[in-house]
Design a protein around this ligand. Structure first.
Ligand code: SF4
Ligand code: ZN
Length: 312
């Protein structure tokens, strides 16, 4: 059984001012997202009603695991700035430990409604990046296909507040929300990059995976949903680079039926190329990738707009 005094932790590489550095990611076990209604999100299954004392224990444990990392990500499977989930006292404690540890950058996540000037003031001087799950710049898709519960205008407001205070904005986009055909999903992600880029410092393209207990899982079981092809991600990343943005993608569960996948033979290679591209932003890593399944993918992109169900 997972101990409540220990958060989930892993170490990875991350970009910092164009360099590749060590990063530690911490997922605090909190009571979870107050919204908890997005169709693809199964994060609440990780939720636990941690007391303030338990949160402090988790934070202490996390900081003990630091070695030579420069970047720290503190995620909560919800919103860092939601007082109900991360009480102000806990945020202040994280900040204190962060400053003591001499780390160079802090990355957190939040829905836009919790982002307010007064909560940001205490982070003055910190190299802080806040990830917001805009998912798409299209309000209709965000409402009908994702059930996100906020608008593009809400995102713009929060992003502007963050930037006015001197912080960075990371924008998560969701590649292939339910009810969109493969080709529609690609178009939506590319349009979203273009529409949101002036509010954003870095994009992160999240490739939908099928999480337990979600509407997406029910559709997937009924063969009405297929996670995106990795080729679709490659296309969006290429187009986004053309648009001149910095964009990352970590293809979680790549190659699995529940995750983004191609034919099974090329998944590992393409997922690795996506990860390497994310770290280096070197577009040549996404060129020259090939597999027999590319033709099948092109058919899916073309035909699913009329079939409305996954073909392969
Ligand atoms: S995707 Fe984010 S906002 Fe939506 S339910 Fe999950 S944690 Fe909450
Ligand atoms: Zn293939």
């Amino acid at each position: 059984m997972t101990s409540i005094s220990k958060p989930i932790i892993w170490k990875e590489k991350e970009r910092l001012d164009g360099e590749i550095v060590n990063c530690m990611t911490v997922i605090l076990r909190t009571r979870g997202c107050s919204w908890d209604r997005c169709y693809m999100c199964g994060y609440t299954s990780d939720a636990y009603p941690a007391s303030e004392e338990e949160l402090i224990q988790q934070i202490n444990y996390a900081f003990e695991q630091l070695e030579n990392e420069q970047v720290l990500k503190i995620f909560t499977s919800g919103s860092f700035f939601d007082d109900a989930e991360v009480p102000p006292k806990i945020r202040a404690y994280i900040l204190e430990r962060f400053n003591q540890a001499g780390l160079k950058k802090l990355i957190v996540e939040s829905r836009p409604e919790y982002i307010a000037e007064d909560k940001l003031k205490e982070f003055e001087g910190v190299n802080l990046e806040v990830g917001i799950g805009l998912e798409t710049a299209n309000d209709r898709i965000r409402e009908l296909c994702i059930n996100k519960g906020f608008s593009f205008d809400d995102f713009k407001r929060a992003a502007t507040v963050l930037r006015n205070e001197g912080f960075r904005v990371k924008c998560y986009l969701l590649l292939k929300p339910p009810f969109l055909a493969e080709g529609e999903a690609i178009e939506d992600a590319i349009k979203s990059v273009i529409a949101a880029k002036k509010y954003v410092d870095v994009f992160s393209l999240n490739l939908t995976n099928v999480q337990k207990g979600t509407l997406v899982e029910r559709l997937w079981r009924a063969k009405l949903y297929r996670p995106p092809w990795l080729w679709s991600a490659v296309e969006v990343l290429r187009e986004a680079k053309e648009a001149g943005v910095e964009i990352l993608s970590d293809p979680v569960a790549a190659g699995k039926q529940r995750g983004p996948h191609n034919c099974g033979k090329c998944d590992e290679k393409v997922a690795r190329a996506i990860r390497d591209f994310s770290l280096t932003q070197d577009i040549s890593l996404l060129e020259g990738l090939d597999c027999k399944c590319l033709e099948k993918w092109k058919k899916a992109v073309e035909l699913e707009k009329s079939s409305r169900v996954p073909l392969f």
